[in-house]
Design a protein around this ligand. Sequence first.
Ligand code: TRH
Length: 386
Amino acid sequence: MTPIPPFPPTHKPADRPALAPGLRWDVFCRVIDNHGDVGVCWRLSADLAARGHAVRLWIDDASALAWMAPQGAAGVQVLPWRDPLADEVPLDVVVEAFGCDPPAAFVERMAACHAPPLWINLEYLSAEAYVERSHGLRSPQMAGPGRGLDKWFFYPGFTETTGGLLRGAGVALAPSPRALDRPLHLTLFSYDPPGLSAFRDALSTLPGGACVDVTPGWSTRVVQEQLGLALQLAGPTRDGRLTWRALPLVSQPGFDEQLRRSDLNLVRGEDSLVRAIWAGKPLVWQLYPQDDGAHADKLEAFLALYLSGAPTGLAAALSTVWRSWNGLSDDPEAAAAWADLLPPKPLWTVWQHWAHQQAMALSRPSDLVSRLLDFVARHRVASQTV
Ligand SMILES: Cc1cn([C@H]2C[C@H](O)[C@@H](COP(=O)(O)OP(=O)(O)O[C@H]3O[C@@H](C)[C@H](O)[C@@H](O)[C@H]3O)O2)c(=O)[nH]c1=O
């Protein structure tokens, strides 16, 4: 076992390295699967830095940042996750993404600080009711390396009493919907949606045809497996009235722009759901499937929120399509619902307007980073007055 190097029992704030104005943050990220962990941690870090804060992003696998954030961000230092991490002085705020357990030696140093950093666990986004109940709760650490510290739960969410949604400074809100006088343009970023071939059938009947941009990895594989289309970056694949195009991996700003340019976005996971909302275009969401079926409740909660107040015909057709896209119903109506939702059917325009309206409504309250800064400010004031 590597011995933990000795360090003084207390560290006054003055012991911490002086950095840029604003607060100094340690963000910890473990890449478990796919791109969501790094995607969220990068957006958070870059947004904090854009507001004058200094961020050390500790990450166990930074490889995806080469394509996701090739531009980097002034104020964000990307550092390899090290365990033990006893030689670093914790900064003002420590964000642990998705309960990823920062190295024990680092947490021991946090606990040994004269004025310990504020320790925040950033959780997964959901519209379920437990989010409002759990947001902002304190978890006193009774044992382990952080004994004596408090860890605070910060839950992203869609309502005022949650942690809000990541937005970023450069988000251009959706333009108003336009009438379609060309092939429908789609982006496919998915896991393995059951019924992809039924969806292709619905697209194939569109009078103007459609062009589907397929993201690399899972989606390209699934198009090959379910539809027998081997997509190549070299050029588009014709398929009757449809055109399929393989996309390369692009930066987050490029990905966001891709969603804004599309007429219909089929997205997956939490981060691209939020970006598709901001794009203000019709969207279909595929959730990461959980073995215990927990994604079903998560989908229903989001449907209830997103479609609250929607015209009845739209709510019914969209719910049918979304459940079937997630393998949560084998509703024979799904094919008919798809057909009803696509142009030139009247519901298409209703859907466009609804997506635009929801982008505006959900962007009106403050965003996640603003709420996080407010949360931190309130706790720092409270801890100084104790
Ligand atoms: C395809 C593509 C994606 N991206 C980014 C956008 C997002 O930040 C990120 C994708 O993240 P998500 O949309 O969350 O989907 P994901 O499927 O990659 O991640 C998911 O993995 C599951 C295991 C987790 O449980 C989910 O919570 C979720 O995080 O990749 C690009 O920047 N460029 C690209 O070309």
